[in-house]
Design a protein around this ligand. Structure first.
Ligand code: PLP
Length: 394
């Protein structure tokens, strides 16, 4: 009666959603302050005041201007503002015509995959990876090829990537700062990746694209540098979102950038418009296109995430947990205390700790702890993590 694949996608359990739902029910039972829910990536920092001000100003404008359709790829004003902001920050020369506004990074990536891939083409993901990549790749009739990151540092394994590229490789999806590991890829590794892909392009005689999924671009700590990948590798499409940097996940606003230097850029941009049309991702929310036009250079407030990161990382390390020191995003990646991360997550639940097993992200033996939470959650959770450790040591 219905499309079987869609039925499965809509009804199959998701570890993250289930944990979150469990957390809500548990909070009802024993009080919110007694449940330490690290399951989601919902920003805990409020959207900047400038966003509210811009939205209120826009709501005073004639209704059609605020609520009417814009052109399918987005209003020229916001696309111009984003291009100018990128040019200012990264020394590029983009224009409005290189940008396609979307309903967040999810749409940006899905559009990019559909724009580039024909059925049977391969898209490479670096495991552990954001689980929806596989859904979008397979829905485009393409093949999801998992290549592991280096276990321990969770940095790129360039040799593994090189070995996994085939004649059918259309693109490699990279995500730095990374969800779920918090790793940020250093520029030297990205340069090496670019050189590898260029060699492979020469070998196979066609472009191989990088899709840079970067909703966490501004969320970094200390002096960590986030390279702007199109300046290192010309065939890069950028998928950006304001969900995290401006704490606007519910407003669904982001973009795809097709740099003019990318191979077949005009065709790729036309295909992005085509994919947007085919997938129904036309005219991103007009009000929030307007907000972004006004707020494009509003800085991201990372102070609370930094404090959370320091408290959680130092606290867990002191207890003896093996953690990857997060350089960016708001996730901490920790080795489970037994090889079966799902079993570990279940035992953590007994201590009211909700952590996502790494199986959801394509590898075994680790958990993701989302620290985009109130500081009190971390302070309350550390004694529970201590008790969990003692239980394993007993
Ligand atoms: N990519 C990564 C790595 C993410 O973590 C997320 C959201 O958590 C997305 C894409 C989707 O972002 P959006 O909410 O903007 O669609």
């Amino acid at each position: 009666m219905v499309n079987q694949r869609m039925y499965e996608l809509g009804s199959e359990p998701s570890a993250i959603r289930e944990l979150f739902a469990y957390g809500l029910a548990r909070k009802e039972e024993i009080g919110a302050e007694n449940v330490f829910d690290f399951s989601l990536g919902n920003p805990s920092v409020a959207a900047p005041e400038a966003v509210k001000k811009a939205a209120l100003e826009l709501l005073e404008m004639p209704a059609q201007q605020v609520h009417g359709y814009t052109p399918a790829p987005g209003a020229p004003g916001v696309r111009r503002a984003i291009a100018e902001s990128l040019n200012h920050r990264f020394g590029t020369a983009y224009s409005a015509e290189n940008l396609y506004m979307t309903v967040g990074a999810a749409a940006s990536i899905s559009i990019s995959i559909n724009a580039l891939g024909a059925p049977g083409d391969e898209f490479m993901v670096i495991a552990p990876y954001f689980p929806e990549y596989r859904v979008w790749i397979e829905n485009a009739g393409c093949v999801c090829v998992e290549t592991p990151a280096r276990i321990g540092s969770f940095q790129l394994d360039i040799q593994a990537i090189e070995d996994a590229v085939t004649e059918r490789t259309k693109a490699v999806i990279v995500n730095s700062p990374n969800n779920p590991t918090g790793a940020v890829y250093p520029e030297c590794d990205l340069v090496e990746l670019a050189n590898t892909l260029r060699r492979k392009q020469d070998e196979y005689g066609h472009p191989i694209y990088l899709i840079s999924d970067e909703p966490y671009r501004e969320i970094v700590y200390g002096d960590t540098n986030v390279a702007f990948i199109p300046t290192l590798f010309e065939n890069t499409l950028v998928c950006y979102s304001y969900s995290k940097s401006l704490s606007l996940p519910g407003e669904r606003i982001g973009y795809v950038l097709v740099p003019p230097a990318a191979a077949d850029a005009a065709d790729v941009y036309a295909a992005v418009c085509g994919a947007g049309r085919a997938l129904g991702y036309v005219c991103a929310p007009t009000l929030f296109q307007g907000v972004i036009e006004k707020c494009v250079d509003v800085p991201c407030n990372v102070d609370a995430y930094r404090e959370n990161r320091d408290a959680l990382y130092n606290g867990l390390a002191k207890l003896g947990y093996e953690c990857v020191a997060p350089q960016g995003a708001f996730y901490l990646w920790m080795r489970a205390l037994e090889p079966d991360a799902k079993a570990f997550s279940e035992r953590a639940k007994k201590h009211e700790l909700l952590v996502v097993p790494s199986d959801s992200f394509g590898i075994e033996g680790w958990v993701r702890i989302g620290y985009c939470v109130d500081r009190a959650v971390i302070d309350g959770a550390l004694p529970a993590f201590a008790a969990l450790m003692r239980e394993y040591q007993a």
